[in-house]
Design a protein around this ligand. Structure first.
Ligand SMILES: *Cc1c(COP(=O)(O)O)cnc(C)c1O
Length: 366
């Protein structure tokens, strides 16, 4: 048996660890920010009918241009967008990979504000793009002044702004996006994976697209849309950007089954998004209760809460797991992240963490 170290692996992949959120079968999985509500049965039946029809065509390659899907995604996004401005792939992670392949690469750099989504540096490594992580303020916000200063200092080829930010939940204002897009030389990606969970009326970076031809807005069906298992992410940008991404995608990258399933879900977008309000309520409930328990939850515009005041995150992670609740240790000292689940899942988490907090209190007073 050889080991990884014996193989002629590319230098920039040596010593790296793959993306690895634990996948465990537990009663309450609140670790990867999925929508934990099941797909409505009526939607499932419609998707099934479309899959059945698609199966009869699987002897042929799918529509390489996923034309109908792009049209429906444009209609869903609104903002006057048309199909030529839409791109899609197997999850927004693949959309991001296409962006790195087209606009990053050897000799080029990507900048983002940390802590942020752990896949960005991995995608940079995989495409030989130099990763520049610029620390956020203590409250994880980004100011216009600090963003502009970072651009002046590093002059990156790609900037990624994650708003709301994962793993912190921090909202991202349109002013910051506008300033970065105005100031950056290269491409500016806004990752709006969690935008549907932001407060009602929060403007999307989509509203800035007509002003900035190098602005790319990435979305996913994996979170609010309750479709993580189908693997569909998408992007809106200038039509020239989708022309660039076409150069790096594999032929027929979106299977006929994926396209059919996505079209089925989009035809029922209201039903698919019906639980978003309820999930926001559970998120807010988590913030309030964790604060009562003496933790320090951060402001969140997403479907998860990052909270500090955890003396030993690893021990609390394990103790929650013993109680059937899986959360995420995102590697920020003293912190854990929890996804807002159903009412019952959220109650199970809050009961478990309250017990742990009480035990800790008892230990400290005894
Ligand atoms: C979950 C997530 C995504 C979405 O990934 P998919 O590949 O679409 O499932 C993208 N960006 C961020 C910041 C995320 O947290």
């Amino acid at each position: 048996m050889t080991s990884l170290d014996d193989l002629p692996l590319r230098d920039n992949l040596r010593g790296k660890t793959p993306y690895g959120a634990p996948q465990k079968t537990v009663p309450v999985a609140l670790n990867v920010n999925e929508n934990t509500h099941p797909i409505p049965e009526a939607v499932a039946h419609d998707v099934l009918g479309r899959l059945a029809a698609a199966i009869l065509t699987l002897n042929r390659y799918p529509d390489r241009e996923f034309t109908e899907l792009r049209e429906q995604l444009a209609a869903y996004l609104g903002h006057g967008l048309v199909a030529d401005q839409i791109w899609a792939a197997n999850g927004s992670n693949e959309v991001l990979q296409h962006i790195f392949q087209a606009f990053g690469g050897p000799g080029r750099s990507v900048l983002s504000f940390t802590p942020t989504y752990s896949m960005y540096p991995l995608l940079a490594g995989g495409t030989d793009t130099r990763w520049i992580g610029v620390p956020r303020a203590d409250d994880y916000s980004i100011s216009i002044a600090s963003a502009v200063a970072a651009l002046d200092e590093h002059d990156p080829d790609i900037v990624i702004l994650c708003g709301p930010n994962n793993p912190t939940g921090t909202p991202l204002s349109l002013d910051v996006i506008d300033a970065v897009a105005s100031h950056a030389r290269g491409m500016v990606v806004v990752d709006e994976a969690y935008i549907e969970f932001a407060p009602e009326g929060t403007p999307s970076a989509l509203s800035l697209l007509s002003k900035h031809p190098r602005l790319l807005v990435s979305r996913t069906m994996s979170k609010a849309f309750a479709f993580a298992g189908a693997r569909v992410g998408y992007l809106a940008a200038d039509p020239a950007v989708t022309d660039a991404l076409r150069l790096v995608r594999l032929p027929y990258h979106l299977s006929a089954l994926t396209q059919a399933a996505a079209l089925g879900a989009l035809a029922h977008s209201d039903e698919m998004l019906a639980m978003v309000g309820e999930i926001r309520e559970q998120r807010d409930r988590i913030v309030v209760r964790l604060r009562e328990l003496g933790f320090t939850p951060h402001e969140s515009a997403s479907n998860f809460v990052l909270f500090g005041g955890v003396d030993d995150p690893h021990a609390v992670f394990e103790a929650l797991l013993d109680r059937g609740v899986l959360v995420r240790d995102v590697g920020i000292p003293g912190h854990l992240r929890v996804t807002a689940g159903t009412e019952a899942e959220t109650r199970t988490f809050l009961t478990a963490i309250a017990e742990l907090a009480a035990e800790r209190g008892n230990r400290m007073t005894s």
